[in-house]
Design a binder for this molecule. Structure first.
Ligand code: ZN
Length: 191
Protein backbone atom coordinates (compact mmCIF):
# COMPACT_ATOMS: atom_id res chain seq x y z
CA UNK A 1 0.00 0.00 0.00
CA UNK A 2 1.65 3.21 -1.21
CA UNK A 3 -0.93 5.98 -1.55
CA UNK A 4 -3.74 7.35 0.56
CA UNK A 5 -7.27 6.27 -0.50
CA UNK A 6 -8.59 9.62 0.82
CA UNK A 7 -6.22 12.17 -0.74
CA UNK A 8 -3.65 10.28 -2.86
CA UNK A 9 -0.63 11.41 -0.88
CA UNK A 10 2.22 9.06 -0.01
CA UNK A 11 1.83 6.71 2.98
CA UNK A 12 4.27 6.09 5.80
CA UNK A 13 4.44 2.91 7.87
CA UNK A 14 4.41 3.93 11.53
CA UNK A 15 2.81 3.12 14.87
CA UNK A 16 0.06 5.71 15.48
CA UNK A 17 -0.36 7.24 18.93
CA UNK A 18 -2.27 4.87 21.19
CA UNK A 19 -1.72 1.91 18.85
CA UNK A 20 0.75 -0.96 19.20
CA UNK A 21 1.57 -1.99 15.64
CA UNK A 22 2.66 -0.32 12.40
CA UNK A 23 -0.06 1.08 10.11
CA UNK A 24 0.00 2.80 6.74
CA UNK A 25 -0.59 6.43 7.75
CA UNK A 26 -1.12 9.30 5.32
CA UNK A 27 1.53 12.00 5.71
CA UNK A 28 -0.87 14.61 4.35
CA UNK A 29 -4.37 14.06 5.78
CA UNK A 30 -3.47 11.68 8.62
CA UNK A 31 -5.85 8.90 7.49
CA UNK A 32 -4.91 5.52 8.98
CA UNK A 33 -5.31 2.55 6.60
CA UNK A 34 -6.14 -0.41 8.84
CA UNK A 35 -5.69 -3.84 7.25
CA UNK A 36 -7.56 -6.80 8.71
CA UNK A 37 -8.17 -10.46 7.81
CA UNK A 38 -10.70 -11.40 5.13
CA UNK A 39 -13.37 -14.03 5.63
CA UNK A 40 -13.70 -16.88 3.15
CA UNK A 41 -17.00 -18.71 3.39
CA UNK A 42 -17.86 -22.02 1.78
CA UNK A 43 -19.77 -25.26 2.00
CA UNK A 44 -19.38 -29.02 1.95
CA UNK A 45 -22.28 -29.94 -0.37
CA UNK A 46 -23.50 -33.36 0.76
CA UNK A 47 -25.38 -36.06 -1.12
CA UNK A 48 -25.79 -39.58 0.27
CA UNK A 49 -22.27 -40.02 1.64
CA UNK A 50 -20.57 -38.06 -1.10
CA UNK A 51 -19.48 -34.43 -1.36
CA UNK A 52 -19.41 -32.06 -4.30
CA UNK A 53 -16.01 -30.71 -5.32
CA UNK A 54 -15.11 -28.18 -8.01
CA UNK A 55 -12.04 -28.28 -10.24
CA UNK A 56 -10.73 -24.74 -10.39
CA UNK A 57 -10.77 -22.88 -13.71
CA UNK A 58 -8.94 -19.88 -12.20
CA UNK A 59 -5.67 -19.16 -10.46
CA UNK A 60 -4.41 -19.81 -7.91
CA UNK A 61 -4.25 -23.61 -8.16
CA UNK A 62 -6.01 -23.87 -11.50
CA UNK A 63 -6.90 -27.49 -12.32
CA UNK A 64 -6.98 -28.62 -8.68
CA UNK A 65 -10.08 -29.56 -6.68
CA UNK A 66 -11.72 -27.58 -3.93
CA UNK A 67 -14.96 -26.98 -2.07
CA UNK A 68 -17.20 -24.13 -3.22
CA UNK A 69 -15.87 -21.15 -1.26
CA UNK A 70 -14.93 -17.52 -1.69
CA UNK A 71 -14.68 -14.12 -0.08
CA UNK A 72 -17.73 -12.87 1.78
CA UNK A 73 -19.48 -9.89 0.22
CA UNK A 74 -20.64 -6.86 2.15
CA UNK A 75 -24.27 -7.10 3.24
CA UNK A 76 -24.49 -10.90 3.38
CA UNK A 77 -24.13 -13.37 6.22
CA UNK A 78 -21.44 -16.06 6.11
CA UNK A 79 -24.03 -18.79 5.50
CA UNK A 80 -25.64 -16.76 2.70
CA UNK A 81 -22.19 -16.37 1.18
CA UNK A 82 -21.66 -20.12 1.29
CA UNK A 83 -24.96 -20.69 -0.54
CA UNK A 84 -24.00 -18.05 -3.12
CA UNK A 85 -20.58 -19.60 -3.73
CA UNK A 86 -22.14 -23.03 -4.34
CA UNK A 87 -24.43 -21.42 -6.92
CA UNK A 88 -21.63 -19.43 -8.59
CA UNK A 89 -19.07 -22.22 -8.77
CA UNK A 90 -21.28 -25.26 -9.28
CA UNK A 91 -24.82 -24.03 -10.04
CA UNK A 92 -25.71 -26.06 -6.97
CA UNK A 93 -28.66 -25.41 -4.66
CA UNK A 94 -27.78 -25.93 -1.00
CA UNK A 95 -29.65 -26.10 2.28
CA UNK A 96 -27.13 -25.07 4.94
CA UNK A 97 -27.24 -27.28 8.04
CA UNK A 98 -24.51 -25.73 10.19
CA UNK A 99 -20.97 -24.47 10.58
CA UNK A 100 -18.45 -27.31 10.39
CA UNK A 101 -14.91 -25.88 10.44
CA UNK A 102 -13.45 -22.47 11.25
CA UNK A 103 -9.77 -22.16 10.39
CA UNK A 104 -7.51 -19.15 10.86
CA UNK A 105 -4.96 -18.95 8.04
CA UNK A 106 -2.66 -16.51 9.78
CA UNK A 107 0.05 -16.64 7.09
CA UNK A 108 -2.33 -15.17 4.49
CA UNK A 109 -4.63 -13.22 6.84
CA UNK A 110 -7.78 -15.16 6.04
CA UNK A 111 -10.44 -16.86 8.15
CA UNK A 112 -12.17 -19.84 6.53
CA UNK A 113 -15.72 -20.67 7.61
CA UNK A 114 -16.89 -23.92 6.01
CA UNK A 115 -20.47 -25.11 6.49
CA UNK A 116 -22.19 -28.40 5.96
CA UNK A 117 -25.05 -28.19 3.48
CA UNK A 118 -27.45 -30.60 1.83
CA UNK A 119 -27.61 -30.58 -1.95
CA UNK A 120 -31.26 -29.94 -2.81
CA UNK A 121 -31.04 -31.63 -6.22
CA UNK A 122 -28.46 -33.06 -8.61
CA UNK A 123 -28.86 -30.41 -11.32
CA UNK A 124 -25.40 -28.96 -10.71
CA UNK A 125 -22.95 -27.99 -13.45
CA UNK A 126 -19.68 -26.04 -13.60
CA UNK A 127 -19.91 -22.28 -13.11
CA UNK A 128 -17.51 -19.82 -14.73
CA UNK A 129 -14.82 -20.48 -12.11
CA UNK A 130 -14.94 -24.29 -12.43
CA UNK A 131 -13.68 -26.71 -15.09
CA UNK A 132 -15.80 -29.54 -13.73
CA UNK A 133 -17.86 -30.39 -10.68
CA UNK A 134 -18.59 -33.85 -9.33
CA UNK A 135 -19.58 -35.89 -6.29
CA UNK A 136 -16.94 -37.90 -4.44
CA UNK A 137 -16.96 -40.55 -1.73
CA UNK A 138 -14.01 -40.70 0.65
CA UNK A 139 -12.21 -43.20 -1.60
CA UNK A 140 -12.91 -41.18 -4.73
CA UNK A 141 -11.66 -37.80 -3.46
CA UNK A 142 -8.58 -36.71 -5.45
CA UNK A 143 -6.57 -36.30 -2.23
CA UNK A 144 -3.34 -35.53 -4.08
CA UNK A 145 -4.99 -32.95 -6.31
CA UNK A 146 -6.72 -30.77 -3.72
CA UNK A 147 -6.11 -27.05 -4.09
CA UNK A 148 -5.81 -25.98 -0.47
CA UNK A 149 -4.64 -27.42 2.85
CA UNK A 150 -7.73 -26.04 4.61
CA UNK A 151 -9.92 -28.10 2.26
CA UNK A 152 -7.82 -31.22 2.84
CA UNK A 153 -8.07 -30.86 6.64
CA UNK A 154 -11.80 -30.20 6.48
CA UNK A 155 -12.51 -33.17 4.23
CA UNK A 156 -10.39 -35.41 6.46
CA UNK A 157 -12.53 -34.45 9.46
CA UNK A 158 -15.70 -34.70 7.45
CA UNK A 159 -15.23 -38.27 6.27
CA UNK A 160 -14.02 -39.35 9.71
CA UNK A 161 -17.16 -37.88 11.25
CA UNK A 162 -19.33 -39.34 8.49
CA UNK A 163 -18.03 -42.78 9.40
CA UNK A 164 -18.67 -42.33 13.12
CA UNK A 165 -21.97 -40.54 12.53
CA UNK A 166 -20.95 -37.82 14.98
CA UNK A 167 -20.24 -34.46 13.36
CA UNK A 168 -18.25 -32.04 15.53
CA UNK A 169 -17.55 -28.36 14.91
CA UNK A 170 -13.80 -27.77 14.78
CA UNK A 171 -11.88 -24.55 15.12
CA UNK A 172 -8.17 -24.02 14.75
CA UNK A 173 -5.26 -22.49 12.91
CA UNK A 174 -3.38 -23.54 9.80
CA UNK A 175 -0.10 -21.82 9.09
CA UNK A 176 3.20 -22.48 7.38
CA UNK A 177 5.60 -25.06 8.74
CA UNK A 178 8.62 -25.57 6.48
CA UNK A 179 9.56 -28.69 8.45
CA UNK A 180 6.35 -30.46 7.41
CA UNK A 181 6.18 -32.44 4.17
CA UNK A 182 3.31 -30.32 2.86
CA UNK A 183 4.68 -27.12 4.37
CA UNK A 184 1.78 -26.55 6.80
CA UNK A 185 0.82 -27.28 10.35
CA UNK A 186 -2.69 -27.47 11.76
CA UNK A 187 -3.52 -26.84 15.39
CA UNK A 188 -7.01 -27.43 16.74
CA UNK A 189 -8.54 -25.34 19.48
CA UNK A 190 -9.60 -28.12 21.81
CA UNK A 191 -12.47 -28.17 24.26
ZN1 ZN B 1 -4.44 11.24 2.93
Amino acid sequence: MNFCVQCGAALTLLVPDGDNRPRHVCGSCGFIHYQNPKIVTGVIPEWEGRVLLCRRAIEPRRGLWTLPAGFMENGESADEGAVREAMEEANARIGITGLYTLFNLTHINQVYMLYRGQLLDLDFEPGDESLEVALFSRDEVPWEALAFQVVRETLNFYFKDLESGNFVLRSGTIDRNPADQRGYRMRLLEG
